[in-house]
Design a binder for this molecule. Structure first.
Ligand SMILES: Cc1cc2nc3c(=O)[nH]c(=O)nc-3n(C[C@H](O)[C@H](O)[C@H](O)COP(=O)(O)OP(=O)(O)OC[C@H]3O[C@@H](n4cnc5c(N)ncnc54)[C@H](O)[C@@H]3O)c2cc1C
Length: 371
């Protein structure tokens, strides 16, 4: 029996496995998903005060659609032998869907082991556990991008927050569109900004910045810089500056390997590459899983076609800012922006337990947002 192996149990991997199961129908095709954890972790929600709520048991999605879950980590991929090595054991595949995601790159500074993060469930739990029971604490958040802004504005409800950003501007990657709204929100929440500097050392209860100043801190949260899983280096082919595999319109990275989510760079439209986001990881996973199964079963492959690009940054008690298009023009802000954010965070929860509903969702690759 032919075998599809999916590496990774995030948005891309889960939807890749479900989409392959949908194309399989009643044909003989084995589908295995390899991921170390028992849960799909909804990473965009890890900045919330109760990160443990941001999980969905993988078995509630995979079991109903007949996908086997092997709890292990893949250490190596041999594309010539069509084999992965997971926790030391070989597993052969006919088609591979690589969806091992990304990870935060920690800075090489003294005391880096004291840094907290909201990148993984363990990291987010460790931060909240450390702060629990303290009152009116001070946190230093390093990086004023998406994740940094969301965690900083949430933590502002509990005490002093100092937001440190290497570039001279807040939200450098979000561009000019939403910046004025974000600046007003930070002001309203009393978040201090230190621009053009970064953390140079993390001491016990203090962050030392590269401009020579220091900030007493109960916790220093690092949010800057994601890189693709190092497994991408096992697949021959071009990679971008984030370590992502460049894939074609079918999301193929190598003759028998498809790649989706944060490990892959695909053309989102004529002028733009995908960004490391769940709004791209989900349709990429569905496309890659569909194509892996279609390739084996001799049915037509589909081109990757994501919905129009949007962003929504949660700004804590100051609401949210929702933008449309690659120029990130503000469409909604304040309470309305926050309402859309909540809607989006609900929508990223996959359906569970019912095979028909899960497979139906797996078939909707382009899901436009009605705002
Ligand atoms: C704080 C924060 C806020 C965010 N906010 C947003 C947002 O508002 N909107 C948005 O669209 N995106 C947001 N993102 C980005 C989004 O979470 C990611 O782009 C998305 O999770 C990528 O999905 P993925 O499936 O490619 O990878 P991941 O979610 O990284 O999942 C990777 C999976 O692979 C597994 N894995 C890793 N290595 C191996 C291995 N060697 N062997 C086997 N399995 C492995 C992992 O355990 C995991 O199951 C945010 C991210 C963070 C951290």
């Amino acid at each position: 029996m032919s075998h599809i192996v999916v590496v990774g149990g995030g948005f891309a991997g889960v939807w890749g496995a479900a989409a392959a199961a949908r194309v399989r129908g009643t044909e003989d095709l084995r589908i295995t998903l390899i991921a170390p954890g028992a849960d799909l972790v909804l990473r965009p929600r890890l900045y919330e005060p109760e990160p443990e709520r941001a999980t969905v048991a993988l078995k509630r999605i995979l079991e109903p659609v007949g996908v086997e879950h092997v709890r292990a980590s893949v250490q190596d991929i041999d594309v010539d032998a069509r084999r992965v090595i997971a926790d030391g054991r070989p597993m052969d595949y006919d088609r591979l869907v690589l969806a091992a995601g990304s990870r935060l790159v920690r800075p090489d500074v003294p005391g880096a082991e004291r840094l907290f993060d909201v990148d993984t469930l363990e990291g987010a739990r460790r931060l909240r556990g450390h702060l629990r029971g303290r009152d009116g604490y001070t946190t230093v958040v390093v990086g004023a991008g998406f994740a940094g802004l969301e965690v900083a504005t949430e933590l502002a409800a509990h005490g002093r927050v100092v937001l440190v950003e290497r570039s001279g501007e807040i939200a450098p990657d979000l561009g000019l569109g939403p910046r004025p709204v974000i600046e007003v929100a930070l002001g309203k929440l009393g978040i201090e900004r230190r621009l053009g500097t970064t953390v140079a050392e993390v001491g016990e209860g203090v962050a030392l910045l590269s401009d020579g100043t220091s900030v007493p801190a109960d916790a220093v949260v690092w949010t800057a810089g994601l890189e693709a899983s190092p497994l991408t280096s096992r697949i021959p082919g071009d990679r971008d500056g984030l370590g992502r595999l460049k894939v074609d319109a079918h999301l193929r990275a190598h003759p028998h390997v498809f790649a989706a989510g944060d490990v892959a760079a695909a053309r989102a439209d004529d002028g733009h590459w995908t960004v490391q986001s769940c709004q791209h990881a989900t349709p990429m996973g569905k496309t890659a899983g569909h194509n892996a199964a279609a390739d084996l079963l001799g049915v037509p492959l589909i081109d990757f076609a994501p919905a129009p690009y949007v962003t929504d940054v949660d700004l804590g008690a100051a609401g949210g800012v929702y933008t449309r298009g690659w120029d990130r023009l503000v469409a909604l802000s304040g309470a309305e922006g926050k309402w859309v954010k909540r809607w989006l965070m609900e929508k990223i929860h996959p359906p569970v337990d019912d095979a028909e509903t899960i497979l139906a969702h797996a078939g909707i690759v382009t899901m436009p947002i009605p705002f």
